[in-house]
Ligand binder design. Structure first.
Ligand SMILES: Nc1ncnc2c1ncn2[C@@H]1O[C@H](COP(=O)(O)OP(=O)(O)OP(=O)(O)O)[C@@H](O)[C@H]1O
Ligand SMILES: [Mg+2]
Length: 244
Protein backbone atom coordinates (compact mmCIF):
# COMPACT_ATOMS: atom_id res chain seq x y z
CA UNK A 1 0.00 0.00 0.00
CA UNK A 2 2.72 2.45 1.00
CA UNK A 3 4.31 2.47 -2.47
CA UNK A 4 1.19 4.04 -3.95
CA UNK A 5 1.14 6.73 -1.30
CA UNK A 6 4.28 8.64 -2.15
CA UNK A 7 2.80 11.88 -1.00
CA UNK A 8 2.69 10.50 2.53
CA UNK A 9 6.45 10.10 2.64
CA UNK A 10 8.46 12.58 4.68
CA UNK A 11 10.01 15.58 3.05
CA UNK A 12 13.76 15.22 2.38
CA UNK A 13 14.64 17.37 5.37
CA UNK A 14 12.29 15.30 7.52
CA UNK A 15 15.06 13.79 9.59
CA UNK A 16 15.69 16.97 11.49
CA UNK A 17 12.09 17.68 12.37
CA UNK A 18 11.33 18.08 16.02
CA UNK A 19 8.73 19.83 18.08
CA UNK A 20 10.03 21.63 21.14
CA UNK A 21 7.99 23.42 23.79
CA UNK A 22 9.97 25.59 26.15
CA UNK A 23 8.68 26.93 29.47
CA UNK A 24 5.20 27.13 28.04
CA UNK A 25 2.36 28.52 30.15
CA UNK A 26 -1.32 29.01 29.36
CA UNK A 27 -3.86 29.95 32.01
CA UNK A 28 -7.63 30.24 31.81
CA UNK A 29 -8.59 32.56 34.64
CA UNK A 30 -7.03 30.97 37.70
CA UNK A 31 -6.45 27.59 36.04
CA UNK A 32 -2.98 26.93 34.69
CA UNK A 33 -3.88 24.50 31.93
CA UNK A 34 -0.22 24.39 30.86
CA UNK A 35 2.24 25.33 33.57
CA UNK A 36 5.83 26.18 32.67
CA UNK A 37 6.06 23.07 30.51
CA UNK A 38 9.25 22.08 28.73
CA UNK A 39 9.09 19.00 26.52
CA UNK A 40 10.25 17.94 23.08
CA UNK A 41 9.23 15.30 20.59
CA UNK A 42 11.60 13.57 18.19
CA UNK A 43 10.98 12.51 14.59
CA UNK A 44 9.63 9.16 13.34
CA UNK A 45 8.02 8.10 16.57
CA UNK A 46 4.59 7.58 18.03
CA UNK A 47 4.47 9.59 21.23
CA UNK A 48 1.67 9.07 23.70
CA UNK A 49 0.32 12.06 25.61
CA UNK A 50 -1.66 11.01 28.64
CA UNK A 51 -2.92 12.38 31.93
CA UNK A 52 -6.18 12.64 33.89
CA UNK A 53 -9.11 14.77 32.65
CA UNK A 54 -8.16 18.43 32.65
CA UNK A 55 -4.42 17.69 32.67
CA UNK A 56 -3.82 20.08 29.76
CA UNK A 57 -3.43 17.63 26.87
CA UNK A 58 -5.83 19.29 24.44
CA UNK A 59 -4.50 22.72 25.43
CA UNK A 60 -1.02 21.53 24.44
CA UNK A 61 -2.39 20.62 20.99
CA UNK A 62 -4.24 23.95 20.72
CA UNK A 63 -1.06 25.87 21.51
CA UNK A 64 1.03 23.81 19.10
CA UNK A 65 -1.44 24.14 16.23
CA UNK A 66 -1.86 27.88 16.72
CA UNK A 67 -5.46 27.72 17.90
CA UNK A 68 -4.44 29.26 21.23
CA UNK A 69 -1.72 31.71 22.20
CA UNK A 70 0.50 30.98 25.19
CA UNK A 71 0.92 33.47 28.05
CA UNK A 72 4.59 32.63 28.18
CA UNK A 73 7.17 30.39 26.58
CA UNK A 74 8.17 29.26 23.12
CA UNK A 75 7.26 26.63 20.58
CA UNK A 76 9.58 25.63 17.78
CA UNK A 77 9.26 23.14 14.97
CA UNK A 78 12.41 21.99 13.27
CA UNK A 79 14.19 24.92 14.85
CA UNK A 80 11.66 27.43 13.48
CA UNK A 81 9.95 29.49 16.19
CA UNK A 82 6.20 29.12 15.57
CA UNK A 83 4.85 30.46 18.87
CA UNK A 84 2.93 33.30 17.23
CA UNK A 85 2.14 31.73 13.88
CA UNK A 86 -1.48 31.34 12.83
CA UNK A 87 -3.05 27.89 12.38
CA UNK A 88 -2.92 28.01 8.56
CA UNK A 89 0.78 28.65 8.41
CA UNK A 90 1.48 26.03 11.06
CA UNK A 91 -0.51 23.54 9.00
CA UNK A 92 1.46 24.54 5.90
CA UNK A 93 4.70 23.97 7.77
CA UNK A 94 3.69 20.34 8.24
CA UNK A 95 1.77 19.96 11.48
CA UNK A 96 -1.65 18.34 11.15
CA UNK A 97 -4.23 17.59 13.81
CA UNK A 98 -7.59 16.12 14.68
CA UNK A 99 -10.00 17.38 17.32
CA UNK A 100 -11.31 15.68 20.44
CA UNK A 101 -14.91 16.20 19.35
CA UNK A 102 -15.75 15.24 15.79
CA UNK A 103 -15.64 18.16 13.39
CA UNK A 104 -17.01 16.89 10.16
CA UNK A 105 -19.70 18.53 8.07
CA UNK A 106 -22.62 16.09 8.29
CA UNK A 107 -24.50 17.19 5.17
CA UNK A 108 -21.44 17.29 2.96
CA UNK A 109 -20.28 14.08 1.31
CA UNK A 110 -17.36 12.12 2.65
CA UNK A 111 -15.23 13.30 -0.27
CA UNK A 112 -16.28 16.94 0.21
CA UNK A 113 -15.21 16.68 3.84
CA UNK A 114 -11.79 15.54 2.66
CA UNK A 115 -11.58 18.62 0.42
CA UNK A 116 -12.09 21.12 3.23
CA UNK A 117 -8.40 21.76 4.04
CA UNK A 118 -7.04 24.46 1.76
CA UNK A 119 -5.41 23.28 -1.44
CA UNK A 120 -6.50 19.65 -1.25
CA UNK A 121 -6.66 17.84 -4.57
CA UNK A 122 -9.34 15.21 -5.34
CA UNK A 123 -7.02 12.36 -6.31
CA UNK A 124 -5.10 12.65 -3.05
CA UNK A 125 -8.37 12.70 -1.12
CA UNK A 126 -9.61 9.57 -2.85
CA UNK A 127 -6.31 7.78 -2.25
CA UNK A 128 -6.54 8.55 1.44
CA UNK A 129 -10.16 7.41 1.59
CA UNK A 130 -8.99 4.18 0.02
CA UNK A 131 -6.19 3.99 2.60
CA UNK A 132 -8.66 4.11 5.51
CA UNK A 133 -11.23 1.92 3.78
CA UNK A 134 -13.86 4.59 3.19
CA UNK A 135 -13.64 4.92 -0.57
CA UNK A 136 -16.98 3.23 -1.19
CA UNK A 137 -18.67 5.92 0.93
CA UNK A 138 -17.12 8.86 -0.92
CA UNK A 139 -20.40 10.22 -2.28
CA UNK A 140 -22.50 9.54 0.82
CA UNK A 141 -23.32 12.35 3.25
CA UNK A 142 -20.85 12.11 6.13
CA UNK A 143 -23.70 11.81 8.65
CA UNK A 144 -24.44 8.34 7.28
CA UNK A 145 -21.09 7.04 8.51
CA UNK A 146 -20.89 5.29 11.86
CA UNK A 147 -19.17 7.16 14.67
CA UNK A 148 -16.04 5.09 14.20
CA UNK A 149 -16.03 5.72 10.46
CA UNK A 150 -16.39 9.45 11.12
CA UNK A 151 -13.27 9.25 13.31
CA UNK A 152 -11.50 7.48 10.44
CA UNK A 153 -12.63 10.23 8.07
CA UNK A 154 -11.14 12.85 10.40
CA UNK A 155 -7.96 10.84 10.61
CA UNK A 156 -7.75 10.71 6.82
CA UNK A 157 -8.52 14.41 6.54
CA UNK A 158 -5.72 15.24 8.96
CA UNK A 159 -3.34 13.55 6.49
CA UNK A 160 -4.59 15.26 3.36
CA UNK A 161 -2.11 18.14 3.53
CA UNK A 162 0.72 15.58 3.93
CA UNK A 163 1.77 16.73 7.40
CA UNK A 164 5.03 15.33 8.72
CA UNK A 165 3.89 15.75 12.29
CA UNK A 166 0.40 14.68 13.29
CA UNK A 167 -1.45 15.46 16.51
CA UNK A 168 -4.32 13.06 17.22
CA UNK A 169 -6.71 13.97 20.05
CA UNK A 170 -8.32 10.73 21.22
CA UNK A 171 -8.56 9.10 17.78
CA UNK A 172 -10.03 5.88 19.13
CA UNK A 173 -12.47 7.20 21.77
CA UNK A 174 -15.87 5.60 21.24
CA UNK A 175 -14.62 3.55 18.30
CA UNK A 176 -15.28 -0.20 18.13
CA UNK A 177 -12.32 -2.55 18.70
CA UNK A 178 -12.01 -3.55 15.05
CA UNK A 179 -11.73 0.04 13.87
CA UNK A 180 -9.37 0.80 16.78
CA UNK A 181 -7.04 -1.91 15.47
CA UNK A 182 -7.32 -0.37 12.00
CA UNK A 183 -6.46 3.12 13.21
CA UNK A 184 -3.50 1.77 15.19
CA UNK A 185 -2.29 -0.12 12.13
CA UNK A 186 -2.46 3.04 10.03
CA UNK A 187 -0.51 5.01 12.62
CA UNK A 188 2.18 2.31 12.73
CA UNK A 189 2.48 2.15 8.94
CA UNK A 190 2.67 5.90 8.57
CA UNK A 191 5.35 6.08 11.26
CA UNK A 192 7.34 3.44 9.43
CA UNK A 193 7.03 5.65 6.33
CA UNK A 194 8.57 8.54 8.26
CA UNK A 195 5.77 10.44 9.95
CA UNK A 196 5.69 11.49 13.58
CA UNK A 197 2.67 11.31 15.86
CA UNK A 198 1.55 12.57 19.21
CA UNK A 199 -1.52 10.64 20.30
CA UNK A 200 -3.74 11.68 23.21
CA UNK A 201 -5.49 8.61 24.45
CA UNK A 202 -7.30 7.41 27.55
CA UNK A 203 -7.23 3.72 26.68
CA UNK A 204 -4.06 2.46 28.35
CA UNK A 205 -3.99 -0.73 26.29
CA UNK A 206 -3.93 1.31 23.09
CA UNK A 207 -1.30 3.72 24.37
CA UNK A 208 1.02 1.05 25.80
CA UNK A 209 0.74 -0.92 22.58
CA UNK A 210 1.25 1.91 20.18
CA UNK A 211 3.74 4.30 21.70
CA UNK A 212 7.48 4.10 22.06
CA UNK A 213 7.50 7.04 24.38
CA UNK A 214 4.84 8.44 26.68
CA UNK A 215 4.62 11.91 28.17
CA UNK A 216 2.37 12.26 31.20
CA UNK A 217 0.76 15.58 32.11
CA UNK A 218 -0.89 16.47 35.40
CA UNK A 219 -2.14 19.97 36.23
CA UNK A 220 -0.32 21.30 33.18
CA UNK A 221 3.04 19.91 34.24
CA UNK A 222 5.05 17.00 32.93
CA UNK A 223 5.22 14.37 35.65
CA UNK A 224 6.76 11.54 33.64
CA UNK A 225 8.35 10.92 30.25
CA UNK A 226 9.65 7.58 29.03
CA UNK A 227 8.95 4.19 27.51
CA UNK A 228 5.68 2.39 28.36
CA UNK A 229 7.31 -0.03 30.83
CA UNK A 230 8.62 2.89 32.82
CA UNK A 231 5.33 4.81 32.79
CA UNK A 232 3.30 1.80 33.92
CA UNK A 233 5.19 1.52 37.18
CA UNK A 234 5.84 5.22 37.84
CA UNK A 235 4.43 6.08 41.26
CA UNK A 236 3.67 9.73 40.39
CA UNK A 237 1.65 8.57 37.40
CA UNK A 238 -0.28 6.06 39.47
CA UNK A 239 -0.98 8.74 42.09
CA UNK A 240 -2.11 11.24 39.44
CA UNK A 241 -4.69 8.79 38.13
CA UNK A 242 -5.86 7.23 41.36
CA UNK A 243 -4.67 9.60 44.05
CA UNK A 244 -7.28 12.36 43.99
N1 LIG B 1 -11.12 27.47 26.39
C1 LIG B 1 -11.04 27.26 27.71
N2 LIG B 1 -11.58 28.13 28.60
C2 LIG B 1 -11.48 27.92 29.92
N3 LIG B 1 -10.87 26.86 30.48
C3 LIG B 1 -10.32 25.96 29.66
C4 LIG B 1 -10.37 26.10 28.23
N4 LIG B 1 -9.74 25.05 27.66
C5 LIG B 1 -9.31 24.28 28.68
N5 LIG B 1 -9.64 24.82 29.86
C6 LIG B 1 -9.31 24.28 31.20
O1 LIG B 1 -7.92 23.97 31.17
C7 LIG B 1 -7.67 22.72 31.81
C8 LIG B 1 -7.03 21.77 30.83
O2 LIG B 1 -7.99 21.42 29.86
P1 LIG B 1 -7.67 20.46 28.63
O3 LIG B 1 -8.87 20.45 27.78
O4 LIG B 1 -6.40 20.85 28.01
O5 LIG B 1 -7.48 19.07 29.39
P2 LIG B 1 -7.33 17.58 28.79
O6 LIG B 1 -6.11 17.01 29.39
O7 LIG B 1 -7.44 17.61 27.31
O8 LIG B 1 -8.61 16.86 29.43
P3 LIG B 1 -9.57 15.71 28.83
O9 LIG B 1 -8.84 14.42 29.04
O10 LIG B 1 -10.79 15.78 29.67
O11 LIG B 1 -9.82 16.01 27.39
C9 LIG B 1 -9.00 22.26 32.38
O12 LIG B 1 -9.10 22.70 33.71
C10 LIG B 1 -10.02 22.96 31.48
O13 LIG B 1 -11.21 23.17 32.16
MG1 LIG C 1 -8.72 16.84 25.95
Amino acid sequence: MAETLDFLLPHPEGDTQMLALKQLTKAFGGVRAIDNLTVSFEPHRVHGLIGPNGAGKTTLFNLTSGTLRPDNGEISFNGVPITWWNPWNIARLGIGRTFQTIRIFPKMTVLQNMMVPYGTDPSRSVELLEFVGLREFRDAPARELSYGQQKLLEFARALVTSPRFVLLDEPTAGVNPILVEKIMGHIRNLTRDGKTFIVIEHDMKVIMNLCERIVVLHNGEKIADGPPEMIKTNQQVIDAYFGD
